[in-house]
Design a protein around this ligand. Structure first.
Ligand code: NI
Length: 163
């Protein structure tokens, strides 16, 4: 599990360097009408970090893993991420993820690998596992990282010069 925590830390450290070098205009530009700008994507990733932080820590105190989802678009709109100070939001996102990496690193392997059932990850995870089989926090955290990497690729692709 340390490898996933390390990968999260490396990914976020590297990405935040690139994001902090991005101009304010680029950060706020929507690639197409109705699509998120980079600042809205990072806002969505702050929502992902905060929701999954709750699931991660609460999950340690119980045998199941049934948690509510959230309306990603509604959350991004209602918090006015588009008007947030860009460097501050990037730093919030970076530090929140460094905290998550520390939490997972400090959690005993037996807790990370313990089968948890029932779960809601067939509804709320990024790559949805079967409803009928137990999940582990280790799997959940890898899925969290996969979702984060997916959105960083999205920012890079949106910024790439038009072909
Ligand atoms: Ni997403």
């Amino acid at each position: 599990m340390n490898s996933t925590a390390n990968r999260l830390r490396d990914t976020v450290r590297e990405a935040s360097r690139r994001l902090l070098a991005m101009s304010d205009d680029d950060a706020r530009r929507r690639p197409a009408p109705g699509k998120w700008s980079p600042i809205e994507i990072i806002g969505h990733l702050v929502d992902s970090a905060s929701n999954n932080h709750q699931r991660l820590v609460r999950g340690l105190f119980r045998d199941d893993f049934v948690f509510e989802g959230y309306d990603a678009d509604g959350w991004v709109d209602s918090q006015y991420y588009r008007d947030a100070p860009w460097p501050d939001l990037v730093v919030l996102w970076r530090e929140f993820n460094f905290h998550l990496a520390r939490v997972v690193e400090g959690t005993p392997a037996v807790e990370l690998e313990k089968p948890r059932f029932p779960h809601a990850l067939h509804r709320i995870a990024w790559q949805k596992p079967p409803e009928t089989e137990p999940i582990t926090i280790s799997w959940f955290f890898s899925d969290y990282l996969g979702h984060l990497e997916h959105h960083l690729r999205q920012i890079a692709a949106d910024l790439a010069p038009a072909r």
